[in-house]
Design a protein around this ligand. Sequence first.
Ligand SMILES: *Cc1c(COP(=O)(O)O)cnc(C)c1O
Length: 386
Amino acid sequence: MQFVDLKSQQNRIADDITDRIQAVLKHDQYILGPEVKMLEDQLAEYTGVGHAIGCSSGTDALLLALMAYDVGPGDAVFTTPFTFIATAEVIQLLGATPVFVDIDPETYNIDPECLKKAIDAFAKDGNSSTPIPERRHGSTLNPRGIIAVDLFGLPADYDRINKIAKENGLFVIEDAAQSFGAVYRGRKSCSMADISCTSFFPAKPLGCYGDGGMCFTDNSEKADIIHSLLSHGKGSDRYTNIRVGINGRLDTIQAAVLLSKFSIFPEEIELRQKIADKYSELLTALNMDIKVPFIPPEIKSAWAQYSILFKDTNTRASVIENFKDLNIPFAIYYPIPLHLQQAFESLDYKKGDFPFSEAASEKIFSVPMHPYLKPDDQEKIIKAFT
Ligand SMILES: *Cc1c(COP(=O)(O)O)cnc(C)c1O
């Protein structure tokens, strides 16, 4: 049994993938070949967003989005500490300061109420219950934007986040690395923010056979800037450089793989939904003290992960032993919240700053999740809980 089974998927479309890669070998345009534009057009249409721009990874998509807003030293960007390192890493990499905001314990996504408090803490010059790095350092930071994360495939609460952002003159970036294919109140993931960023890392809902990512935006000016940034800040031609950028393009071969995989993607999202429903049904029937994923009304997860919460760390530890004994794969996303990571030591956060993120790290547990999980295997996984 595998945590993510890419082979079963490949077996379905092996000939098509080979044909598409052969076509690239034939036309020889390995950088920005026609497949990249084709993929961008198809994913723009699917998400309902004006501009889709292929790039080299989900991390680079986030980096490009922040660069498009000229984020740098002195800027503060609000985000969640309960996410993959890349979300906050790109903020710090540009010399800006990540300001962490605790999660909603029901959804594991950034809590709009805590976000409001953190923004207010800047305005009020401290004296807030919300820990912000500015107060600790006495420097003056300029709040610029928010990176919300759609953790495990579930979109964050964008109606509230976008409203708060508007009231405070902040931009919103959607980290949709795990949520491509999800739906929020009739809108597709990757269409929820000023700029949305997804990842095509192989294990994500829509993955390629290497690294890849995409930025989405309805803002034509930002789209132009991102196009320029990912080709070394090019101007009207390749050797006129009007800004400092990166080498951040999506490979043509990866776009070819993605075109093939995208042809079966909507069906795979349905399969993931069925598997998630089955998990919730079987786990609830166990009558253990386990919290199955909560999906708010009018929202559909892309089910990148199926993650449950144990009542405490010890229960998790004993179930982990069962999984190991039975050789069933599992994962813990994420064992250390970002405010307690050494990489962010300089921000001076401490244990206790974000209780819900810390509690989730101690009790969260993810089981195998992919569209081709067999009913037998799912039964075996459930048995491992008891
Ligand atoms: C995977 C992931 C990323 C980074 O994507 P890469 O393509 O691996 O660079 C960023 N944010 C989140 C939430 C992720 O899960």
